[in-house]
Design a protein around this ligand. Structure first.
Ligand SMILES: [Zn+2]
Ligand SMILES: [Zn+2]
Length: 320
């Protein structure tokens, strides 16, 4: 064998070795499910990244966290959000849906069958329309996961449910990957917890390793019976520091403690990223570098209203 042949064989072996290293690294990062509870101040925004590389955004935080949310999604190299879920029409959950929809490719948009007349909600609807998307109202028992390895089941509300409190329209989701599971409650109150506990089919979905505590840990959610059925190892509270509502309630914290749940709060830990390999759950508290509460920059706020001093009317910034 000539020296040249030996050299080219060696080179081939080295290339094959490097290639296998890369594919191994790629495969090992791809098999995880990560759920990030973004520190948006007072509100909710949860990014789910699946083993098959799909991205699901559950809520988008309040308008004050616009840059935080956009920067976080960009930091995760996201080009497409395969699924967006607007749990319910309150501003602290849908405040940035308009800019998110405008800035990313979007697959499906799910929202509850509830409306309100706020600017945030109007901007959300307008962005959906402008992008040629449409809103799908999911039903209980429906799996909305874009990833065949992950199940995301809608537990509430059913299409025909009607409530007085907008919070009770919250789309409640059970995320299951292998042996691990997450229960995302939105702002659902004790009323919904009661409904789930008394539904023989849905009740079996309640037990979860990670609970996104309902309604920012307020006293109107998280009954003792509910928490002892969920039995969470980790309880995540998405809440703003010194918020005017007094969230989370001391009673909720003490109930979670008696369930021996490890409590993690976005106002104390910042963004909390939970990773599951299908068997075990790991919490990364180091992802809290991005801090919220920065005022939204006017350059990115395409949906800002502009006042016309002649007509005394308000228009969208692109309106002719
Ligand atoms: Zn809320
Ligand atoms: Zn709410």
């Amino acid at each position: 064998m000539s020296r040249r042949n030996i050299l080219s064989i060696c080179l081939l072996i080295i290339i094959a070795f490097i290639f296998s290293l890369f594919s191994f690294a790629f495969a090992s990062t791809q098999k995880n499910l990560t759920v990030s509870f973004i520190d948006v101040g007072q509100g909710d925004s949860i990014l789910i990244q699946t083993p098959q590389g799909k991205n699901i955004l559950v809520d988008s935080g309040p308008n004050t966290a616009e840059n935080t949310v956009l920067n976080f999604l960009k930091s995760r190299n996201i080009k497409k959000l395969d699924v967006i879920v607007a749990t319910h029409p309150h501003e602290d959950h849908i405040g940035n849906m308009d800019v998110v929809i405008k800035n990313f490719n979007v697959g499906k948009v799910y929202a509850a069958n509830a409306t309100t007349n706020t600017k945030a909600f109007e901007s959300f609807l307008l962005a959906v329309k402008e992008k040629g998307l449409k809103i799908t109202v999911p039903d209980t028992g429906q799996n909305i996961s874009p990833d065949s390895k992950v199940k995301i089941t809608v537990l509430s509300p059913s299409k025909k449910d009607r409530y007085d409190d907008l919070n009770d329209y919250s789309i409640v989701l059970k995320v299951e990957y292998g042996k691990t599971s997450f229960l995302l409650m939105g702002d659902a109150t004790a009323n919904i917890e009661e409904k789930l506990l008394h539904d023989s089919k849905l009740r079996q979905f309640l037990k979860a390793d990670v609970l996104k505590v309902g309604h920012h840990g307020s006293k109107y959610s998280s009954t003792s019976t509910f928490l002892s059925t969920v039995k969470p190892k980790y309880a995540i509270i998405s809440v703003g520091k010194d918020n005017p509502y007094g969230h989370p309630a001391a009673i909720t914290i003490s109930k979670l403690k008696s369930e021996r749940a490890e409590i993690l709060r976005t106002d104390q830990q910042g963004t909390i990223t939970v990773t599951s390999d299908g068997q075990t759950i790991k919490i990364d508290k180091k992802t809290s570098a991005i801090k919220p509460q920065a005022p939204p920059s006017s350059s990115t706020n395409q949906y800002a209203y502009i006042g016309n001093s002649n007509t005394k009317k308000f228009h969208y910034s692109w309106c002719t």
